[in-house]
Design a protein around this ligand. Structure first.
Ligand SMILES: Nc1ncnc2c1ncn2[C@@H]1O[C@H](COP(=O)(O)OP(=O)(O)OP(=O)(O)O)[C@@H](O)[C@H]1O
Ligand SMILES: [Mg+2]
Length: 254
């Protein structure tokens, strides 16, 4: 992995909404780079503008100012090289696991035989072999998230965007899924932009952590975590030191 090759450049992004109460700034002059192959964590408090920022990066939401460059080219509109694991689960309730994972492949015009093969690969990768014909209501929260992850990976994006994917899970399942996402990231070697408001999760997963302020979101500090080998021991002295350093910089509302 060439850790310093930029695949995304986020330059001076701002976002202001206008509603019946007037103007409201959600993002204020946010800039950072994303390096090819890295696991980048955006860590910020609740309601600070994380989802709005991700939607702008993916081209799902218009920005008020700034630019997003993908491999040196300015992107306006949806970036087909990105795929999103959404904060709120967006599985189709009347479709099976297989059909949910196949859906984006179908939209992209892949024929049935090929999309079944691709979907099966990612269902296996996320550990759901045997659940291909199950419906979402038959799955646990962690299993549903696995379907969301398989679906996002199935289109073979250059960049995976994950918006607090484990926020709704109980502590034990969350820890298991953190280990799983690292395994998948190591196997698939795609760039990941992962959003969380959980400091420990950020320290466990991130190669770098972009610390965001409370609303409007600004970049407070960028932490390089590469000195800590993965998988990380969350009770080691080094881990606890960096965790407390980040904790000192974060807003109380986190
Ligand atoms: N379409 C919109 N119109 C007006 N305000 C909006 C709109 N979308 C988001 N906001 C506001 O922008 C701010 C940031 O919202 P956003 O959803 O990005 O926060 P977040 O950091 O993802 O929060 P959470 O931690 O709850 O997921 C919030 O105050 C929200 O109310
Ligand atoms: Mg959000």
């Amino acid at each position: 992995m060439d850790a310093l090759k930029k695949c995304l450049e986020v330059e001076h992004i701002s976002k202001t909404f206008y509603n019946n109460k007037g103007y409201f700034t959600a993002i204020d002059d946010v800039s950072f780079d994303v390096h090819e192959g890295e696991f980048l964590v955006l860590l910020g408090p609740g309601h600070c503008g994380k989802t709005v920022l991700l939607n702008i990066l993916a081209g799902l939401e218009e920005k008020s100012g700034g630019r997003v460059l993908y491999k040196g080219q300015e992107i306006n509109g949806v970036n087909e090289e990105m795929s999103m694991v959404f904060q709120l689960l967006s599985l189709m309730p009347f479709k099976t696991v297989m059909e949910n994972v196949e859906l984006p492949l179908k939209f992209r015009g892949m024929d049935k035989k090929q999309r079944r093969e691709v979907a099966q690969h990612y269902i296996d990768l996320v550990g759901l072999t045997g659940f291909e014909n199950a419906y979402p209501h038959q799955l646990s929260g962690g299993m549903k998230q696995r379907v969301g992850i398989a679906r996002a990976y199935s289109v073979h994006p250059e960049i995976l965007i994950m918006d607090e994917p484990f926020g709704q899970l109980d502590a034990q399942t969350r820890y298991l899924m953190q280990q799983e996402i690292l395994r998948i990231w190591q196997e698939e070697k795609r760039t990941v932009i992962f959003v969380t408001n959980n400091i420990e999760e950020a320290c466990y997963l991130g190669d770098r952590i972009i610390l965001l302020s409370s609303c409007p979101a600004t970049v407070k500090e960028i932490f390089d975590m590469s000195a800590l080998a993965k998988p990380r021991d969350i009770v080691s002295r080094e881990f606890l030191e960096i965790r407390s350093k980040i904790s000192d910089q974060t807003d109380l509302s986190m």
